[in-house]
Ligand binder design. Structure first.
Ligand code: 3EB
Length: 328
């Protein structure tokens, strides 16, 4: 049961190998092959614009497509993407419920019933006030499927991020992609943070249904959710990008330490086998965050910096991480 993920220099010229599950490029200029397994995330890279993320297994893949859906699977894993137009639905909540119902239909009774990791990208994530904020309505739409008995007692790790400069009415695309497995992963939480699925009511009518991380012990791969400057359930360091970034790294390392305490053969610290995605609200801050990361991470740590909106208006940065180790 092998699963590998890496950032590689763009490979538009080469055909994808038959064991490739997905290749993900960022921004309108990402060089991607013409292949159903290629996914373009419409977030502009501020660093790493020549990189694509490649997921591979060790067996041949098969592909299923239907309008708005592409699903590639091998024996052990499936990688899927749903891309829908919000304008075909009443609102972001309804669009999200429809997308998750599709994902449920595809995976629930399949060979890969365990959803392990999800990425959600939507327009204008902070538009709307109070409970009407689009992120909160997204959470409500998601909870109608994910968290209402499915997948039972197993929330995936997740990222939910906004595309900046989009139509504030949100008539664009809702893009969700995910990794599912034949076997379940192990869910982990962060002792520095209240579990997102237990956030108090002030953060919206439905709590965000994700785990802080999912561990694939044998691969090994620790898939850490989007992580921000949140301690307990509160956002810390409003307006202070570098303090938020330091808090975020402390949260990532805290989750990593929890995974190590379970005996997983993961690398000690973030490094050459950690793939970071840094979502940065203000594009002009890219040089500052780059310098900060150089000081606080091993030089060899692969990273992408993407211009993106974070789901809480007071947050300036969020980082997600795929962290590896020594295969057994
Ligand atoms: C947080 O910790 C920050 O709604 O799927 C991070 C990762 C966040 C995933 C989601 C939200 C989500 O609450 C925000």
């Amino acid at each position: 049961m092998s699963l590998r993920v890496e950032y590689r220099r763009s490979l538009a010229a080469e055909p994808l190998s038959s064991d490739t599950l997905a290749v993900i490029g960022f921004g309108q200029h990402a060089r991607l092959p013409g292949d159903v397994r290629a996914i373009r995330v419409p977030l502009e890279p501020l660093q790493g614009s020549d990189l694509v993320e490649v997921w591979r297994g060790d067996t041949e893949t098969g592909t299923h497509t239907e309008p708005g859906v592409r699903l590639t699977a091998n024996r052990d894993h499936a990688f899927g993407v749903v891309e829908i137009h919000e304008r075909d639905h009443a609102d972001i909540g309804a669009a999200t419920t429809a997308a998750y119902a599709t994902i449920r239909r595809l995976q629930q009774d399949s060979r890969h019933p365990y959803i392990l990791r999800m990425w959600n990208y939507l327009d204008a994530i902070n538009h709307g006030t109070g409970d009407e904020e689009r992120y909160k309505q997204f959470c409500l739409g998601r909870a109608r499927t994910l968290g209402s008995g499915w997948p039972a007692a197993h929330f995936p790790a997740a990222t939910a991020i906004g595309r900046p400069d989009q139509d504030p009415q949100g008539r664009g695309q809702l893009q969700i992609f995910w990794l599912a497995g034949r076997q379940p992963g192990e869910m982990l939480e962060n002792p520095r943070q209240v579990s997102a699925f237990q956030y108090p009511r002030q953060y919206g009518p439905a709590a965000p249904t994700f785990s802080r991380a999912v561990l694939l012990r044998d691969t090994p791969l620790l898939m850490i959710s989007g992580t921000a400057s949140i301690v307990g359930h509160a956002s810390l360091h409003p307006g202070d990008l570098l303090a938020q970034c330091a808090e975020t790294l402390a949260n990532l390392r805290s989750v990593l330490q929890c995974a190590q305490e379970t005996g997983a053969a993961l690398d000690e610290d973030l490094g050459s086998r950690s793939l970071l995605k840094v979502y940065l609200r203000e594009a002009a801050s890219a040089p500052r965050i780059d310098a900060f990361l150089r000081e606080n991470l091993q030089e060899s740590t692969p990273r992408l910096i993407l211009n993106a909106d974070i789901c809480r208006e007071d947050l300036l940065v969020e980082i997600d991480c795929l962290h590896g180790g020594s295969p057994r």
